[in-house]
Unconditional design. Structure first.
Lengths: 105, 320
């Protein structure tokens, strides 16, 4: 299951997470974001205890998006121990998303 | 789950207007059809904010909504759609029958009697300094995706065609100022779009100029343009650069298999047959003059039609 991140749970769910997080910055109106949603859902299941898949709606949590300098969506970021380890911009095939997280799971 | 060893009648590669129209028709003909949808090469229609020239929608419709409707319609007629990247197509042998084998990025193989290529095209890069480095840091190829990040900011749009001007207009909803950089002294875009852009107070034009580099370290800070006649360079501060300088077809994985022109557009005949028997192509990945949703749909229907005849021929079904 992917976890919805809001401004009030970003710190506890992402920054203080015991396992790495794959964070997806997305929005309702973004076509490419919709395209990668099924892959993220699958990854959330396949890597259940190894990585937490988190979704940040940039319209609802705009301050998080701007503090990480998001200027294009979808942007995917891998967080570990509170900091960004890896990131990618744009819609990617599932295999590319998996390689983004590979060395952290 | 779909069994990787089953034989499909038809595999459609691409889930834009062309591929989905073919899927609607194929579904109604009860062909066993599977559509591959690519996450990385998105339908350009899907990224279009407002489509106002597709008949039947007098109020206009967003590209995303329209493509979603196509998809629902295809599914209603039992076409299956899978999110996978196709890596390779090869001829294969199945119990003495010549079939096509389609390989996907997750290592699966799908076999079918016929294939329709509808992979579309993707925006071309400009190929200037700073472009790759600042992609997603102010450099964008999709205003509908990224415009909202440029509220009250100044952006540059490169290009003078329909897409460039549509996107420039869309950007004015957010940005405070939009500068269109175009290498010619007039626009190629459809007249109605030109009129809207020239009237729009937020839009200004830098004519006969090429964008030669994008400046900035962490994010876009400005661009350098060069006049095509005088070669004089000028700099322009901005927060975003939106690039719409044409398209390239998503056909590189087919190079060894199908005939294409120098730019990679697939060459098809009137029956939309490619150079390989049983493989048809339609939509923006083919050589053509007009890249529109309606032409893509029309070609999708035709590709289905000729593919269907081919499948019947292979199966030995004759309608008399």
């Amino acid at each position: 299951m992917e976890i919805e991140i809001r401004e009030d749970n970003f710190k506890t769910e992402v920054l203080e997470s015991k396992i790495p997080c794959l964070v997806d910055f997305w929005a309702e109106w973004c076509g490419p974001c919709k395209m990668i949603a099924p892959s993220l859902k699958e990854i959330a299941q396949e890597y259940k205890d190894k990585i937490k898949v988190c979704k940040i709606n940039i319209d609802e949590a705009s301050s998080i998006a701007s503090s990480y300098g998001i200027m294009s969506i979808p942007t995917l970021m891998v967080f570990k121990d509170g900091s960004v380890q890896n990131s990618a911009v744009g819609a990617l095939p599932k295999s590319d998303i998996v390689s983004l997280i590979k060395s952290y799971v | 789950m779909v069994d990787g060893n089953q034989l499909y009648d038809l595999l459609i590669i691409g889930a834009g207007p062309a591929g989905l129209t073919a899927a609607i028709y194929a579904g109604r003909s009860r062909l066993n059809t599977l559509v591959f949808e690519s996450a990385s090469n998105l339908s350009q229609a899907m990224l279009t904010d407002d489509i106002e020239n597709y008949p039947g929608f007098p109020e206009g419709i967003t590209g995303m909504e329209l493509v979603e409707k196509f998809k629902t319609q295809a599914k209603n007629f039992s076409a299956k759609i899978m999110s996978k990247e196709v890596k390779k197509i090869e001829q294969a042998d199945l119990e003495g029958k010549k079939v096509w084998a389609v390989y996907t990025d997750d290592g699966q193989v799908f076999k079918s009697l016929s294939v329709i290529i509808a992979t579309g095209a993707k925006p071309k890069q400009l190929g200037v300094d700073g472009e790759n480095l600042l992609r997603g840091k102010g450099v964008s190829y999709c205003a509908t995706c990224d415009a909202a990040f440029f509220k009250n900011k100044k952006v540059v749009v490169v290009g003078g065609g329909d897409t460039a001007i549509e996107e420039a207009l869309f950007l004015t909803r957010f940005a405070s100022e939009v500068v269109v950089v175009h290498r010619r002294n007039k626009l190629r875009a459809t007249k109605i779009l030109q009129e809207r852009a020239l009237e729009n107070k937020k839009i200004s034009f830098l004519w006969e100029s090429n964008l030669v580099s994008i400046e900035g370290k962490q994010k876009v800070e400005g661009v350098i343009c060069e006049n095509v006649n005088t070669k004089q360079k000028s700099s322009c501060k901005c927060d975003g650069v939106f690039i719409f300088v044409g398209y390239e077809p998503n056909t590189s994985f087919l190079k060894a298999l199908l005939n294409a022109d120098d730019s990679g557009y697939l060459i098809v005949n009137k029956k939309l047959e490619t150079s390989s028997k049983g493989i048809f192509a339609c939509g923006d990945c083919c050589q053509k003059h007009l890249k529109q949703v309606i032409t893509a749909c029309a070609e999708g229907a035709l590709a289905y039609h000729y593919s269907f005849s081919y499948i019947n021929e292979v199966k030995g079904i004759v309608y008399k």
